[in-house]
Design a protein around this ligand. Structure first.
Ligand SMILES: [Zn+2]
Length: 278
């Protein structure tokens, strides 16, 4: 009798666990030729409000109330990377391995080919330990784009053209502000140097993706109360390591990779930019 009850309980347990659907319900996955996992959400899932979802800050209990008014959160930042690898095939292989713990939403190859790896609404693992302003979980609010480039070479015209088209789509789809198109090096200045000084930030800003300095007259006088490190922090840089923040700023806006200090011209540029971010 005890044995029979045990099997009945086991059967009930299996049925309950199989019928439990974890949110979101409409994600399907397929494998590509590169073994890269593509995840598609054909439309925003219409799912009933969860009342038993254990993945939450507080468990639902008897005092739970519900609402049908919700959808998935959308990206508000775009983070641009270079892969630091020699080919797209190498990158797809890296992203296909569980142990690497890295991914991105998009990869753009040297010939301009675009690959969409993850739905924009899902959280890719591209930013790592990063900070921009007060945001410390950049993966949760951004789309990550990887450009196939080893970090020591210019980016191809086809690649940048594809990137501009993609950025235009993302900006329009999610209403992303121009200032929120930034690089991995900007959000992780101590750890990352991508995209390299070859990346055409000025061209991107002219198209509405990222900010760029005005042409600055040599006669420009910087306010005597101006504090460069405070300006870097207001722009968004993590100034905990001031040297790393300066290097990242100069890599992006002065397009040099070797200087650890701000000269007079850098300070004028920073002054001009900081006013745009205020
Ligand atoms: Zn990166």
């Amino acid at each position: 009798m005890v044995k029979k009850s045990f099997f009945i309980l086991l059967l009930v347990g299996i049925l309950v666990s199989c019928s439990y659907k974890q949110y979101p319900t409409q994600i399907t996955t397929t494998k590509t030729v590169h073994d890269t996992v593509f995840v598609r959400l054909p439309s925003l899932p219409i799912v009933p409000p969860a009342t038993t979802n254990p993945i939450d800050s507080l468990l639902y209990d008897a005092h739970t109330a519900s609402t049908p008014n919700f959808n998935l959160r959308k990206p508000n930042f775009v983070i641009i990377h270079h892969t630091a690898q020699d080919s797209c095939g190498q990158t797809f292989y890296t992203f296909s391995l569980t142990r690497t713990q890295v991914s991105a939403h998009y990869v753009i190859c040297r010939d301009g080919t675009l690959r969409h790896l993850l739905n924009d609404y899902l959280r890719a693992w591209h930013a790592g330990n990063s900070k921009w302003g007060n945001i410390t979980d950049i993966n949760s609010c951004s789309v990550g784009i990887e450009l196939d480039n080893n970090g020591k070479e210019p980016f191809s015209g086809q690649q940048i053209n594809t990137l501009l088209t993609l950025l235009d789509t993302l900006k329009k789809s999610y209403g992303i502000p121009a200032s929120n198109f930034i690089g991995h090096s900007d959000i992780a200045p101590r750890r990352k140097d991508d995209p390299s000084v070859y990346f055409p930030w000025k061209l991107l800003a002219e198209k509405g993706f990222g900010l760029w300095q005005d042409s600055i007259p040599p006669s420009l006088q910087v306010d005597s109360t101006f504090k460069p490190m405070e300006a870097l922090r207001i722009i968004g840089y993590n100034t905990h390591d001031s040297t790393a923040a300066i290097i990242a700023f100069k890599r992006h806006f002065m397009q040099v990779d070797s200087s650890k200090t701000l000269n007079e011209w850098d300070i004028k540029t920073l002054y001009n930019l900081y006013k745009k971010y205020l």
